[in-house]
Design a binder for this molecule. Sequence first.
Ligand SMILES: Cc1cc2nc3c(=O)[nH]c(=O)nc-3n(C[C@H](O)[C@H](O)[C@H](O)COP(=O)(O)OP(=O)(O)OC[C@H]3O[C@@H](n4cnc5c(N)ncnc54)[C@H](O)[C@@H]3O)c2cc1C
Length: 607
Amino acid sequence: MTALLLSREDLRFQLYDWLHAESLLSAPRFAAHSRETFDAVIDSCERLGGDVLLPCHALSDREEPGFDGEAVRLPDAVVEAVRALAASGLVAATQDDAVGGLQLPVLVEKAAQAWLSAANIGACAYPMLTAGNASLLLAHGSPAQVEAFALPQLRGEWTGTMCLSEPQAGSSLSDITTRAEYERDTPLGPRYRLSGRKMWISGGEHTILGNIVHLVLAKVPDADGRLPQGTRGISLFIVPRTLTADEGGERNDVSLAGINHKLGYRATVNCALNFGEGRFRPQGRAGAVGYLVGKPGDGLACMFHLMNEARIGVGLGAAALGYTAYLHALDYARNRPQGRLPGPAGKDASQPQVPLVAHADVRRMLLAQKCYAEGGLGLVLACARLVDEQRIAREAGDGEAAASKQRLLDLLTPVVKSWPSQWCLAGNDLAIQVHGGYGYTRDYRVEQLWRDNRLNAIHEGTHGIQGIDLLGRKVAMHDGAAFEAYVRMVEATLSRAAGGGCAELADALAARLARLREVTAALLRVDDPVARLANASAYLEAFGHVTVAWVWLDQVLALGGRDDGFARGKRQAARWFMRWELPRVDAWLDRLADNDDTALAMRDEWF
Ligand SMILES: Cc1cc2nc3c(=O)[nH]c(=O)nc-3n(C[C@H](O)[C@H](O)[C@H](O)COP(=O)(O)OP(=O)(O)OC[C@H]3O[C@@H](n4cnc5c(N)ncnc54)[C@H](O)[C@@H]3O)c2cc1C
């Protein structure tokens, strides 16, 4: 049942042979763990994925969430799957013992979660958002807020959401207009009344668990009733669907305005929500009750805590969807006889047919998928390990090491979110192609996987916005220190590869790294930000491809002298990536080096 979700052999290799998960055990934080406990968590997620989530994947697509005038309805099997996820303890897995967590490394948690995402990504969104919500509150909430709102989520009793987007404000959050009017101080923090409309809220309304904790971005008006301009005017509020018992226990003034009917990812109900519409009137008046988190004006900075975690989660989901589609395509290609190899017997019907996989062009498609899926998963796991390394350094009091890990992670966040979203989706597309006409029907899983994955380049900051973040902010931050740390990371791999048997791979990567450095420096010298960022998406593609080439070279080095089928497959895929994928970087970087203005100079009226 789970053999087509992910490859356990590859996961084992990536975790233990490549990223040395066991070396994390020497940190006090992870001392209670062992390889056995890591594997036990992964085993249980593999089982949960195969036994509970996968069986309702197609159902959750066919019977999308609906509103019957009273409540949001989801198929029973989906409700049970989300409850099983909540009960699994995974929401709190990486958190401290003290708050009911397992202190599991993020690396292992992500590896375990990959099974769930591959089985039914839509059902996984609930615990993923809940974990991010609770983690934000642990970092920025007051002790009373943690007690009242984070702990029930960590115990799997409630779910959480993030409410940033509004109908008129998606990428540009500085333009949100949800208002928060101060009411009074309470033990849960300063209490406000919120009014406004939020759009696209995943998990925004349902009754799967006991309560929903919305984390809402809103602006506090000044004395004249005007909303502050820009992102610094944005604050963050906890708005529970139902108020706590101490606060009256009533239904809060948050109402469902509508459900969005999506292309895929349908187990997750996606909502337009009205805050303060007056449908519910806590303590006799309209206005959604919300409690300020942190300081006024710090809302977006606090929310980034959740968004950065969520962005690694998006990359993981995209990689898992690409991975499972690749395994389905491989299985199909091995089992469907079709045609014969070119040559004298090519059209001779008396000769047996060959399976699809015997055709080189089908192997081309499978190799590309393997590169995207295993490379994408590797990128995500490498970033997850960085989160652990940062935390270990911080807890050991090594501020400098912690800061340097954090800088590298900040730099890679747009890449880890976007590369799998773009390229594992390309893998999903190829998986349909390998299935031929059957891939275009709903009888095979690959079309649904493609539709599910199509979301990932849109939410949590679109692809274009990630490109602007990378080139407009990340590569220049700390005087380029993060970018230099990245270059050193890739160079360390190149020097380990020197003189070994992978000179061709290393030379290909070294040339593109040097060019990326050169072009980055040139772009940073362009004063006009409009001109500099005009081709930021191409920069993101180039940066991503160089980074995944690094993943592939580093994985090949980790194979050591292994010469079995698995190792040969890895080497062949790495060779494919360096020969067929990495050269794309040249075209992107050439245009970026020219500061090409074709898109910039194009005029609206010329379309
Ligand atoms: C299924 C789904 C689930 C979601 N879940 C949530 C959620 O739980 N909580 C939440 O708050 N939001 C959620 N979102 C919202 C999501 O984050 C936004 O859709 C996204 O940020 C884009 O905003 P938009 O849809 O308004 O598109 P726009 O911002 O209008 O963007 C449209 C296009 O224009 C481009 N663009 C926009 N601005 C610029 C610019 N300055 N420079 C260059 N290009 C630009 C974008 O890259 C994009 O290609 C979800 C969305 C979907 C579809």
